[in-house]
Design a protein around this ligand. Structure first.
Ligand code: HEC
Length: 139
């Protein structure tokens, strides 16, 4: 006997189609987070301008950074010296950290969140990042 199309089949095809559609965009697998607190990133250190370092230090003192950061100890945020230990001191990382200071975020040092600083100019944020990266021990 020849089966005639039944509504159930149509529903199946419909659901299967949706299933395929959903499968086409798989959720990225969560990899287990197990990392050293300071993952040093390889890169070339460039000499930083002493004048920019000093300006950055002043800007940081007048902003809210020290409510969450300390120079040599972890508080709500990582110690500035730990940040300096992780990132190479060069223009690329100054820009990257400046962006992070302006936009805020989380995930690089665990779960706590850094508030964004949208009123900072990119230039000021870069000066701040320059100061932080100057804190490499041994500098
Ligand atoms: C509300 C608390 C808070 C304030 C205020 C704050 N920070 Fe942070 N900051 C954090 C936290 C938490 C992290 C770690 C974020 C992460 O894990 O990605 C962080 C990370 C950073 C980093 C490293 C970013 C990275 O991707 O490794 C820099 C640089 C930094 N802060 C600079 C600053 C500066 C400069 C200021 C002041 C303008 C400031 N922070 C103000 C909490 C704060």
């Amino acid at each position: 006997m020849k089966p005639s199309p039944r509504p159930a089949c149509l529903i199946f095809v419909y659901a299967f189609g949706l299933g395929l559609f959903a499968c086409a965009d798989p959720v990225p697998e969560q990899e287990p987070v197990k990392k050293d607190y300071i993952r040093k990133i390889e890169g070339v250190d460039e000499p930083l301008s002493p004048e920019e370092i000093q300006k950055g230090e002043v800007l940081i003192a007048y902003s809210d950074c020290y409510t969450c950061h300390q120079k040599d100890k972890r508080s709500k945020g990582p110690a500035f010296e730990s940040i300096a230990a992780r990132y190479p001191a060069n223009k690329g990382y100054v820009s990257l950290l400046a962006l992070k200071i302006i936009q805020g975020g989380s995930g690089a040092w665990g779960h706590p969140v850094m508030t964004p600083h949208p009123t900072l100019t990119e230039d000021d944020a870069k000066l701040m990042a320059t100061y932080i990266l100057s804190l490499k021990t041994g500098n």
